[in-house]
Design a protein around this ligand. Structure first.
Ligand code: CDP
Ligand code: CDP
Length: 220
């Protein structure tokens, strides 16, 4: 068993928020693996490398000039913490994430986040590929409508607007892309616990993860 809690699931299900809070509660480190895919997509765009060019994107991914400094993410020295969160870069991340050489190039970098303390990692393949020996695996989800509402709220967009319909369509398109791909597709593993946050607050979801983890520890 690895001292890892792996949280996978579709876009805007609350993975990042919940994973970061669980990590904080346990005093563990936190890995936002999606950020690495987003950074690679942005880096390729900046270098005018097409997202379809598998070898060239994999080469960029292998040598990402990235630095994590508190909540700031620096790419080639520039703060890109906000710009990597756009849906345009999300789509790019999803496109390059379907390329096996790119996933391979990012694999060890993700594993290197696991140190002495323990790690809460979120993404799409944390439990299946990156940390298959994780102590606890969770598939976090919520209905597409609720996920789109949460994303809209983050972006200050009203739910009765054309922009909202766009967010909902984008989320569903990206999930479909992530489910359909042949490498590390988005799916619930047989050994992952399902956590549907549609009707849960962030605090309730965090508590559920901590309760599951405590019960695993006490049964050891
Ligand atoms: O990382 P992921 O894309 O899965 O989601 P996130 O960015 O952590 O969460 C998307 C938004 O949903 C954030 O603003 C969270 O605060 C919110 N959220 C919520 O309102 N209730 C939950 N149970 C989980 C997340
Ligand atoms: O926050 P949200 O859930 O919308 O996305 P993210 O976790 O930042 O991931 C962006 C994209 O990167 C996803 O749509 C996936 O295609 C890809 N990704 C992946 O393939 N494997 C991971 N472990 C994490 C992200």
């Amino acid at each position: 068993m690895q001292k890892v809690i792996a949280i996978d699931g579709p876009s805007a299900s609350g993975k990042g928020t919940i994973a970061a809070r669980v990590a904080h509660a346990l005093g563990w480190d936190y890995l936002d693996s999606g950020a690495l895919y987003r950074l690679t997509a942005l880096h390729a765009q900046n270098q005018q490398v097409a997202w379809q060019d598998e070898q060239a994107v994999a080469d960029l991914a292998a040598h990402l000039p990235v630095a994590f400094s508190g909540s700031q993410i620096l790419l080639a020295g520039n703060d890109v913490s906000q710009s990597i969160r756009s849906e345009q870069i999300g789509m790019g991340a999803s496109a390059i994430a379907a390329l096996p050489l790119v996933r391979q190039a990012l694999l060890q970098r993700q594993r290197d986040f696991l140190g002495e303390r323990g790690l809460v990692a979120d993404g799409r393949d944390m439990g299946s590929v990156v940390f298959p020996q994780a102590a606890l695996k969770i598939f976090l989800t919520a209905t597409p409508q609720i996920r789109a509402e949460r994303r809209a709220k983050q972006l200050n967009i009203a739910t009765q607007s054309p922009e909202f319909e766009r967010i909902l369509a984008d989320i569903m398109a990206r999930d479909e892309n992530d489910r359909r791909r042949s490498v590390a597709p988005l799916r619930q593993l047989p050994d992952a616990r399902l956590l549907d946050t549609t009707h849960l607050t962030i605090e309730q979801a965090v508590q559920q993860v901590l309760d599951w983890f405590q019960s695993l520890c006490s049964s050891d």
